[in-house]
Structure formats: structure tokens, C-alpha cells
Ligand binder design. Structure first.
Ligand code: HEC
Ligand code: HEC
Length: 231
């Protein structure tokens, strides 16, 4: 199931008061335990090995309540207020995002669009891990791999890119299969377990202009989504 835009707003409404109003009281116990586990995590320098697993389990337990809340107009209203207060600074007041900040209103997800994926994003935070490639494959490799990436997009990444250099595309394909498929998958469609974006659509987190893609490859990217208390 893909959650629509309004549902996404509501995902941040996992506050006690709203859960009670929405008759999702069972979630308050889970949320209480989760808050304690997360506090322990923040306090400990060497967290026990199973602590993160326990946190992930509690987050997963909350997912059905989130889906239930999506039918509650009151929760949606509070959710959109919370969104404006806590999230719009980065994702925009219409949630359509900006360079480096994903659009939350489409069906393209770095980390998955199920309630459990989104809850994990919000509770644990996320750090994008696109390595820098210039030292490993050289400037020539960067140019070839970039050209191949552009060839995967419906309109070569951007109108301003013009024609592609087919020799570079072919060289880049070999590099891609060897170095990039691990995270972006063989087809280039991405992988939510790695947070690696789909490179075959028209949606760009950092931009599809040739030089922007080259910079993504040269220097790497690491978008940061913090977790924390909502105000
Ligand atoms: C300081 C800026 C910032 C704030 C504030 C912020 N985000 Fe994010 N968010 C990001 C960035 C950057 C990413 C992408 C992380 C990456 O590139 O790996 C992201 C990713 C996400 C994702 C994952 C999208 C996907 O495609 O999988 C969701 C969902 C999300 N944010 C929701 C929220 C919500 C809800 C709030 C408010 C509670 C919020 N964000 C507040 C910067 C922010
Ligand atoms: C270790 C996993 C990993 C490998 C290997 C990897 N990437 Fe990535 N890539 C990512 C992640 C994660 C992101 C998203 C970064 C972020 O959210 O800030 C990304 C982002 C990108 C983007 C930006 C897409 C956009 O929408 O703006 C491009 C282009 C890209 N990678 C191409 C490549 C190419 C080409 C290679 C091989 C030379 C490669 N990647 C290898 C994980 C990887």
C-alpha cells in the first residue's frame, strides 16, 4: 500500500493525546515503551546489541495504528499542523521538497512508503550514503558513469543535457554494473534497504543536469534526516 500525502502528514501525529482521541489507546503503551528505549539509547555510549532491534520492533508495532489514524479527520488536522511546525522548513509547506530534500507527495520513496518505513524514518532518522567516487574510478570514470546514469532517465536527465555521448554511455554501463548496482540495483531502479534512489525516473534528489550528476559522483552525497521530539 502506498500512503497518500495526507496520510503522510498524519504519520507524525503519534502523540499520546491524538492516539487517545482516535481510539488507538493500545498504541500509547507501545509508544511509552518506545520512548523509554530511545531515551536509553541516547544516554548510553555503548548501547546493548539488541537495543536497536527492540526499538525497531516497537516501531513496527505502531504501523497499524498509523494506518487507522489516516481515517481520523482530527488526527489529520493535527498532523498537518505538526508538519508545518516541524517539517516544512526542509520539505516545504506543500511537502514537495527541494534540492536534497525529498518530495513527500509523490510515490517515489528513498526508504519506502509503507507506514513502518516512514515511522522508522521519523523515529530513527536517516543518513544517505552515496560514496564519493573520484579517487576510485577517476575523473574519466566519473564522466562515463554519469553519462550512463543520464541514459537511464526518460529525457536524458534534463533538457539542457542535449545529446549523450554513446561511447561514454557504454563505458559507464560497465562501471555501473561493477560499482553501483550493489546499491542502485542492476536495473538502476534503486533499493530502499540502501536508501539508494531510482535512477530510471525523472525524479532527482540533487538534480539531473550533467554537471550536477558528475558532482554527485565526484564528491558523494549524504542527506541527513534527523529524528527528534516534535514541537
Ligand atoms: C533539517 C531538515 C529536515 C527536517 C526538519 C525534516 N526532514 Fe525529513 N528529510 C530530510 C532529508 C535531507 C531527507 C533525505 C535523507 C536522505 O537523503 O537520506 C529526509 C527524508 C524524509 C523522509 C523519507 C522520504 C523517502 O523518500 O523515503 C520522510 C518520510 C521525511 N523526511 C519526513 C519528515 C517529516 C514528517 C518531518 C517532520 C517531523 C521531517 N521529515 C523533517 C530533511 C529534513
Ligand atoms: C553504498 C551504496 C551506493 C553505491 C555503491 C552507489 N550509490 Fe549512488 N546513491 C546511494 C545513496 C544512498 C544515494 C542517496 C544519497 C542521499 O540520500 O543523500 C545515492 C545517490 C545517487 C545519485 C543521486 C540521484 C538523485 O536523485 O539526485 C546518483 C546520480 C547516484 N547515486 C549514482 C551512483 C553511481 C553512478 C554509482 C556508481 C559509480 C553509485 N551511485 C554508487 C548509494 C550508493
Amino acid at each position: 500500500m502506498n500512503l497518500n500525502r495526507t496520510t503522510k502528514y498524519l504519520l507524525i501525529t503519534l502523540k499520546k493525546s491524538i492516539l487517545v482521541k482516535a481510539d488507538a489507546a493500545g498504541a500509547t503503551t507501545t509508544l511509552g515503551t518506545l520512548n523509554e528505549l530511545q531515551a536509553t539509547m541516547r544516554r548510553s555510549e555503548n548501547p546493548p546489541a539488541d537495543l536497536q532491534t527492540k526499538i525497531d520492533e516497537k516501531v513496527a508495532e505502531l504501523a497499524p495504528y498509523v494506518e487507522k489514524l489516516s481515517e481520523n479527520p482530527n488526527a489529520l488536522k493535527v498532523g498537518s499542523r505538526l508538519f508545518l511546525q516541524n517539517c516544512s522548513v526542509c520539505h516545504g509547506s506543500n511537502a514537495k521538497g527541494a534540492t536534497g530534500y525529498p518530495n513527500l507527495t509523490d510515490n517515489d520513496w528513498l526508504y519506502g512508503g509503507e507506514a513502518s518505513n516512514i515511522l522508522t524514518t521519523l523515529h530513527n532518522g536517516r543518513i544517505g550514503g552515496m560514496p564519493a567516487w573520484r579517487d576510485q574510478i577517476g575523473e574519466d570514470g566519473v564522466r562515463a558513469a554519469s553519462e550512463y546514469v543520464l541514459s537511464l532517465s526518460p529525457n536524458n536527465g534534463s533538457k539542457s543535457n542535449g545529446e549523450l555521448d554513446q561511447t561514454l554511455v557504454n563505458q559507464g554501463e560497465a562501471i555501473f554494473k561493477q560499482q553501483c548496482a550493489l546499491c542502485h540495483s542492476e536495473s538502476g531502479k534503486g533499493m530502499i534497504s540502501a536508501g539508494a534512489p531510482n535512477l530510471t525516473d525523472n525524479i532527482w534528489l540533487y538534480g539531473g543536469e550533467r554537471e550536477t550528476v558528475r558532482n554527485t559522483l565526484r564528491y558523494g552525497r549524504a542527506g541527513v534526516m534527523l529524528s527528534g521530539k516534535l514541537s
